[in-house]
Design a protein around this ligand. Structure first.
Ligand SMILES: O=P(O)(O)OC[C@H]1O[C@H](OP(=O)(O)OP(=O)(O)O)[C@H](O)[C@@H]1O
Ligand code: HPA
Length: 185
């Protein structure tokens, strides 16, 4: 199944599930080494991170805590939204090592906001682990971006947590939007 249709758009395969799994395993191993003898708090940003968070945490063997946050959408580059809900986080992130887990860093605005909010609690450290990263789309630098699964072009993607109009999150693989070539004059 190489091409799929979601509503009005057509997508083609970009990353197969076995490729995502292999990369996730390597990131997990790296985190096990980097956080040896520590007990980080993994914070998944909902909804998109739910599959990556689950698969990544299966590779993490160090003691850790896990929670999730939901952020309301930002509008424009100036205002960035707000943390709407937090699920399962420790009461206090002070002096904790935080690893924020994302499905994708696109403009970086969501993460910029989330990191600023978390920094208010003065944690010991904050790092970001994102499955996908679109460097060409970045509007704000994210110096905390430590673990990246795949750098991708500035194309719209769906699957493995990522949606188009709410659909496609359940797809095992990741697809990119097919560009329609206009006919020659
Ligand atoms: O770098 P940015 O341009 O901020 O984009 C990245 C964010 O956008 C998506 O979330 P969205 O707000 O669409 O919510 P969702 O996770 O529920 O799909 C994605 O899951 C990231 O959280
Ligand atoms: O390419 C994307 N696909 C789906 N959701 C997204 N949120 C930011 N970028 C994307």
């Amino acid at each position: 199944m190489n091409n799929i249709e979601i509503e009005d758009r057509t997508f083609e395969i970009l990353l197969e599930n076995h490729t995502i799994s292999k990369r996730t395993r390597l990131i997990g191993i790296q985190i096990n080494v980097d956080y040896e003898k520590r007990c980080p708090v993994f914070i998944g940003v909902l909804n998109g991170s739910f599959l990556f968070m689950a698969d990544l945490l299966k590779e993490v063997e160090i003691p850790c805590e896990i929670g999730f946050i939901r952020v309301s959408s930002y509008e424009g580059a100036e205002s960035s939204g707000s943390i709407k809900e937090a699920f399962g986080l420790p009461d206090n992130l002070h002096n904790r090592d935080i690893i924020i887990v994302e499905d994708i860093v696109d403009s970086g605005l969501t993460l910029n906001y989330v990191i600023n909010e978390i920094q208010k609690q003065v944690p010991a450290s904050v790092k970001v682990c994102s499955l996908l990263f679109k460097p060409a789309a970045l509007k704000v630098p994210i110096k905390e971006l430590e673990y990246v699964g795949f750098e991708i072009a500035n194309e719209f993607v769906v699957g493995y947590g990522l949606d188009y109009v709410g659909l496609g999150r359940n797809l095992k693989d990741i697809y990119r939007e097919k560009t329609v070539l206009s006919p020659l004059p």
